[in-house]
Design a protein around this ligand. Structure first.
Ligand SMILES: Nc1ncnc2c1ncn2[C@@H]1O[C@H](COP(=O)(O)OP(=O)(O)OP(=O)(O)O)[C@@H](O)[C@H]1O
Ligand SMILES: [Mg+2]
Length: 292
């Protein structure tokens, strides 16, 4: 096995220098983003969570973002989703500046965020109902996405009757039911056991292949980032910044099952670990192989 070279940007096959200028084909463009949280009670003058973040996400791309806890991954995702305003810089979707949440951008969180008083169908059809679609159409949409995530037997179940993995599937179906062009996923599989996590990784990859959404997927898990992503953005911080963008070139087309067992996965993994170590980040999960 050939090992990856030392240092960022030295191997053009896997590491590309960051280009702060937008490319015309970018679906999402983050330019010179900074975020300072004021009045957090620990730093006079505010706390810099992000600094000079430049990131281009291509149309229909699966971009993974990996980085240690507290480096600003969620903050970045929330800015892209229009839920948090940047202190400086600009985010555009299809060239239009993001000024708030939009139906074109869906979010899936680790905490599921399901309505406990609604059934699976009730949760999934919530978005289309709010959008004012006719009841029959809402039902049709919800059934379609419930099928897509394999929960047709649980249409009438309530969240408390579901396992963690099933709740996560409902959250995914609910986001997809709004038919967003972009799906932002913040550690959506983080709370699941290893086996359920792999099953859902397979499902996320299949759904991405079927729907060709642009997906930005935040994870602590380096293996997951590489197995699922077209590219991996490696972040460190705070203040959070993207230190490298890595093109993933693994055998097995886009089948996670094949990519998971590729020897080259280990090369990507050790390269990303090196990057994070050299950036001086603490590695609380080092003992757990691939979790930063
Ligand atoms: N609303 C807020 N007010 C003040 N500080 C915040 C706020 N949100 C985030 N921060 C701080 O910004 C930094 C980045 O937080 P963020 O949640 O983006 O990190 P993260 O990379 O998603 O971490 P994790 O992997 O643990 O989820 C942290 O130090 C956090 O304490
Ligand atoms: Mg987070």
């Amino acid at each position: 096995m050939t090992s990856l070279p030392e240092g960022p940007y030295t191997n053009p096959a896997i590491a590309r220098p960051l280009d702060p200028s937008a490319t015309p084909s970018s679906k999402i463009s983050c330019r010179r983003l900074a975020k300072v949280f004021e009045n957090v009670g620990r730093t006079r003058g505010g706390f810099a969570a992000l600094s000079d973040v430049n990131l281009e996400v291509r149309e229909a791309e699966f971009l993974s973002i990996v980085g240690p806890s507290g480096c600003g991954k969620s903050t970045l995702l929330n800015i892209v989703g229009g839920h948090v305003r940047p202190t400086a810089g600009v985010v555009t979707v299809d060239g239009q500046p993001v000024s708030g949440p939009s139906k074109r951008v869906g979010m899936v969180f680790q905490s599921f965020g399901l309505f406990p008083w609604r059934t699976v169908a009730g949760n999934v059809e919530f978005g289309p109902r709010v959008a004012g679609l006719p009841v029959d159409e809402c039902r049709e949409i919800s059934i379609r996405y419930i099928r897509l995530v394999g929960l047709e037997r649980f249409v009438h179940a309530y969240p408390k009757q579901l396992s963690g993995g099933m709740k996560q599937r409902v959250a995914l179906a609910r986001a997809l039911a709004n038919d967003p062009e972009i799906l932002l996923m913040d550690e959506p599989l983080g709370s699941l056991d290893a086996q359920t996590r792999e099953t859902l990784q397979d499902e996320v990859a299949r759904i991405w292949a079927d729907t060709r959404k642009t997906i930005v997927f935040v994870t602590h898990n380096i293996d997951e980032a590489v197995v699922l992503g077209d590219r991996v953005a490696v972040m460190t911080g705070p203040p959070g910044r993207v230190i490298e963008l890595i093109e993933v070139d693994l055998p097995g087309a886009r089948e996670p099952a094949a990519r998971r067992y590729s020897p080259r996965l280990l090369e990507y993994k050790s390269h990303i670990w090196d990057l994070i170590r050299r950036a001086g980040a603490t590695l609380p999960g080092a003992a757990y192989g691939g979790v930063v």
